[in-house]
Design a protein around this ligand. Structure first.
Ligand SMILES: Cc1cc2nc3c(=O)[nH]c(=O)nc-3n(C[C@H](O)[C@H](O)[C@H](O)COP(=O)(O)OP(=O)(O)OC[C@H]3O[C@@H](n4cnc5c(N)ncnc54)[C@H](O)[C@@H]3O)c2cc1C
Length: 157
C-alpha cells in the first residue's frame, strides 16, 4: 500500500482480510491519517511499514513481481517482492482538456448541479471528475444515471 492518509491506512487494514502480509510505503516519517486509523494499522500484526520511502520502479514480466523502494533519506534502493500494489496518494481528475470550457473548482473538479449539468447547457459530468465528497463506484454510477436521464431529457425537449 502506498500512502499515509486515512484511505491508505484503512484500505491496508481491510486488505489484511485477504493478504498474509501488507506493507505500507510512505514518503514521510509520520502519517497524515487520523490517530485512530494509524493505531488500527499499527496494531495489526499483518501490517508492516517502510517509512520515508518511495517506489521508484515496478518490475515483472507478465505480472508484477517486485518493486524498487528508495529510502528518501539515504537514497538506498531495495528490491521488494510483492504481487500487488495499491496506490492511495490522492488523485488528479483528468479534466485539463475541459479547462476554460466548463466551470471547475481549484482542484479541476467539474462543478455540476443536482442534475449533473455543468454551466454549459447540454453538457453533463459524473463520477470522480465532479465536485463531491464520496468517490465510490456506486456514487459514480448514480451520478451517471442522473446525467444520462437529464441529458436525454434536455435533448428531447
Ligand atoms: C485504489 C482505489 C481503490 C478503490 N476502491 C474502491 C472500492 O473498493 N469501492 C468503490 O466503490 N470505489 C473504489 N474506488 C473509487 C472508484 O474506483 C471510483 O470512484 C470510480 O471508479 C469512479 O468512476 P468514474 O467512472 O467516475 O471514473 P473512472 O473509473 O476513473 O473512469 C474514468 C474513465 O475515463 C477514461 N478517460 C479519462 N480521460 C479521458 C478522455 N480524455 N477521453 C476518454 N476517456 C477518458 C479513463 O481511462 C477511465 O477509463 C477506488 C479507487 C481507487 C483509486
Amino acid at each position: 500500500m502506498v500512502g499515509g492518509g486515512n484511505s491508505a491506512l484503512e484500505e491496508a487494514v481491510s486488505l489484511t482480510k485477504y493478504a498474509t502480509k501488507v506493507t505500507i510505503v510512505h514518503q514521510f516519517d509520520h502519517f497524515q491519517a487520523f490517530e485512530y486509523a494509524v493505531e488500527e494499522a499499527r496494531s495489526n500484526p499483518k501490517i508492516n511499514f517502510i517509512m520515508e520511502s518511495s517506489i521508484v520502479k515496478f518490475r515483472g514480466d507478465d505480472k508484477l513481481e517486485s518493486v524498487d523502494i528508495k529510502n528518501l533519506v539515504t537514497s538506498e534502493i531495495q528490491n521488494f517482492k510483492t504481487d500487488g500494489v495499491f496506490i492511495f496518494i490522492g488523485y488528479v481528475p483528468n479534466t485539463e482538456f475541459l479547462k476554460g470550457l466548463v466551470n471547475m473548482n481549484q482542484w479541476n473538479e467539474i462543478i455540476v448541479d443536482a442534475d449533473m449539468a455543468t454551466n454549459i447547457p447540454g453538457v453533463y459530468a459524473a463520477g470522480d471528475s465532479i465536485v463531491k465528497r464520496y468517490r465510490q463506484v456506486t456514487t459514480a454510477v448514480g451520478d451517471a444515471t442522473i446525467a444520462a436521464l437529464a441529458a436525454s431529457n434536455y435533448y428531447i425537449n
